[in-house]
Write a protein that binds this ligand. Sequence first.
Ligand SMILES: [Zn+2]
Length: 328
Amino acid sequence: MNTFELCFTLASRPMSLSASSTMSKACFSLVKDTVAIAFATPKGRLRAPLKNILYPLNPRGLRYGARTSAYKRALTVEPPWMCVSMKKVFVDEMTREEFRKMMETAKVAVIPIGSTEQHGPHLPVKTDIACATYVVRNAAEALYPQVMVAPPVTIGVSPHHMCYPGTITLRHETFIDILVDVCRSLKHHGFQKVAIVNGHGGNEAPGYLAARRARDGLGLRMVFISYWSLIPREVSDAMLDTKIIPGHACEFETSLGYVLFPELIAKEIPHRLKPPFHLPGYVGDMNEQTADGYAGDPSIATREKGEKLIQAAVDGLKSLLTDFITKV
Ligand SMILES: [Zn+2]
C-alpha cells in the first residue's frame, strides 16, 4: 500500500489529508463538500496535472501548483500542515442552534482584527487579517470547544497606507465603535471574556482603547494582543536574518505569506530598499517612510521560516487563552 498525503490551501488555511491509494476514496469524500479533491494513481504518484499542492481558489475552480519538496515533507511534517479539522469555531459558520450549544462550553470569544491595506508590490492587501485569522483559528480549534471566534474585522485603521492603491481604512473612532459593539453583542449572548487578536500595527492604539472601553463600559474581561508579540524573541531572532518583526511586507510577513496564501504572492519579490529618511517618532505616511511601501527585505523570506514563525504564534496564543480561561 502506498501512503501519501495531499496538501492544499483553502481560504488561507493550509490543510492536509492523509490517504493511501486503497483508501483514498473514503478519505477524500470526508471533505468532498468543501473542496474539489484530486486523487492518486495506484503507484502512489499524484496524477497530472496535480503534482503537489492544490489551491482551491473558489467553488468553481481549482488551480494546481507543483512543489515536490512539500510533497516529500508531507509524510512527516508537523503542524501547521496537519490541521484538517471538522471543528466549527467561527460564529458566522454556525447555525443559531450550534451557537447556543457551544455556549454551554465556550469560555472565551476571540475577535481577529487586521487591515485591508497595500503590502508592497508583492503581497495581497489582506495579509494582516489573513495572518491574525489563521493564528486565531488554529488556537481555537486546539482548545475546542472552549473558544469561539467572532467574524474577523477585515478593515482596520490604515490612513498612513492610503497613499498607495488598494488600501481601505476606517477612521479611528469608527474602528473603536465596531469593536466595542461586537464586544457588546458577545456579552449579550453570555460571554464574560473577550480576546482581541490583532494583525496590523496601526490597530494597536485604537484596538487597545476599544478593549479598555469594553472593560470599563461593559464589564468584560479583555485581552488585546498583536499576534507577532506571541512569538518568543529567541524564535524570531533565530528565524529572521533581518531580526525585524513585524515590519511591513518584509521578510517576516512574506515568509508567512508563503505558508498561508502562496497563490496570491506576486512573482517578482522586491529587495531591500533604503528608506528616504529615519526620524524616530515621526507621524508620517508610508510613501515618506519607505521607498516603495514595504520595510525590511522580502527577498530573503522562505516558506520554512514562515512555518516555524506562524506555529510559534499559534502555540503562544493557545497558552495565553488557556491562562485567560483558567487564571482570570
Ligand atoms: Zn502587514
